[in-house]
Design a protein around this ligand. Structure first.
Ligand SMILES: Cc1cc2nc3c(=O)[nH]c(=O)nc-3n(C[C@H](O)[C@H](O)[C@H](O)COP(=O)(O)OP(=O)(O)OC[C@H]3O[C@@H](n4cnc5c(N)ncnc54)[C@H](O)[C@@H]3O)c2cc1C
Length: 347
């Protein structure tokens, strides 16, 4: 900012005002969906749905009572829920999931984030920028699992510079919760060295699981796999032909735009058209500062594919080199097939 000629001092923060602003944004977005339902003549029944037969859904209405809906097709889009740790019960006050982390009443002095994936890093870096001492405990040797390894390495360096602390190759094995603090026992995966890590708030972000609780899948014979996901064919059909499934509750990346594309392709197919989503081209975005985005070929997962992929990268100091921006930390990776100009992926 000073380089742009803007100077300021005595900066203060009003957390309540910040959260009010966030709540207004959420309200605006969800209200927008209700408006679209009305505009496109979609009936909105507010309640908890249970599939009672291949063509019937029973809804426990929010306003009380039940309603039965008969239908030609059912599309399951029940999303995902937080994966819990057996020894640490989430109360959304001091031991929080991403839901509670978006609503803390005060900036915690010390915050421990369990899990260095996208959600943990997004939430952790927000509270770090607001003043918390944030430590991330991650089981694997790298943060941002599944992301391009080079980008993940760069992010680790940048976030460390921003003051976040990382304990990689480390798992949390136990917790002791008292009125004043939460103490986690950590253990390194190689040497099994144990340590105690105290915090005022703990964010549990060890992954998400498909949410199909109480949906009645067993009763109608819809199969789930070993991770609770609903397997579907290319037309999003489950093993019960009249029932489809899309979004976080089926295999594939748990991302909003992927869920949306699933929905479009599924409904187009049900309407007699053709729909298809290529999961190799689904970009991912991590909204920390700086942001990461891109679609990444599964380089480390496939040796054969990796040998056919050429990659080039450039530090963003060079990309931003014409002086239009002072944000010069970052990395751009581009993959293409050798002897071809077509871009396969970028991150
Ligand atoms: C903290 C956080 C940050 C994220 N950031 C990003 C991001 O930056 N970019 C991105 O692409 N994705 C992001 N995601 C992931 C994204 O939110 C999900 O991939 C997406 O919302 C999945 O859409 P969905 O329609 O499958 O499920 P959801 O959006 O979860 O919707 C499922 C809905 O079904 C309802 N439901 C469940 N069971 C029933 C039932 N039996 N009856 C009636 N209703 C039911 C639920 O209440 C919910 O409203 C983020 C997720 C989290 C938690």
């Amino acid at each position: 900012m000073p380089a742009h000629g803007i100077k300021f001092d005595n900066v203060t923060m009003d957390l309540k005002m910040m959260l009010d602003y966030k709540n207004k944004a959420v309200f605006g977005l969800t209200g927008g969906i209700e408006f679209l339902f009305k505009k496109y003549n979609v009936k909105y029944v507010k309640g908890f749905g249970k599939i009672t037969s291949p063509n019937e859904v029973s809804v426990t209405l929010n306003e009380g009572g039940t309603k039965s809906l008969s239908t030609k097709n059912i599309v399951i889009a029940t999303g995902s829920d937080v994966t819990n740790l057996p020894f640490l019960k989430i109360d959304e006050k001091r031991i929080v999931s991403s839901t509670g982390a978006l609503d803390l009443a005060a900036v915690p002095k010390r915050m421990t984030v369990i899990g260095g994936g996208i959600i943990g890093l997004e939430m952790g870096s927000v509270w770090r920028r607001l003043g918390s001492e944030v430590t991330v405990v991650e089981f694997t040797p790298a943060i941002c699992g599944g992301a391009d390894a080079e980008v993940a390495k760069d992010f680790l360096r940048i976030l460390t510079k921003q003051g976040m602390k990382f304990k990689l190759n480390t798992k949390v094995t136990a917790a002791n919760v008292t009125d004043s603090e939460i103490t986690l026992t950590t253990e390194t995966t190689d040497t099994k060295k144990q340590e105690q890590l105290a915090a005022d708030v703990v964010l549990v972000s060890v992954g998400r699981r498909p949410y199909t609780d109480g949906l009645g899948l067993e009763g109608v014979g819809v199969k789930v796999d070993e991770r609770g996901r609903i397997p579907v064919d290319h037309h999003f059909r489950t093993n019960v032909p009249s029932i489809c499934a899309i979004g976080d509750c089926i295999p594939g990346p748990m991302l909003a735009h992927k869920a949306e594309e699933d929905g479009i392709a599924c409904i187009e197919t049900l309407a007699g058209g053709v729909g298809h989503v290529d999961y190799n081209t689904v970009p991912a975005l991590c909204t920390r500062t700086p942001r990461s985005r891109g679609s990444v070929p599964r380089k480390k997962n496939s040796r054969r594919r990796a040998s056919n992929i050429a990659s080039a990268n450039s530090r963003s100091r060079r990309i931003a080199g014409r002086g239009q921006t002072t944000m010069t930390k970052g990395l751009l990776n581009i993959w293409r097939m050798p002897r071809q100009t077509r871009c396969l992926a970028a991150t």
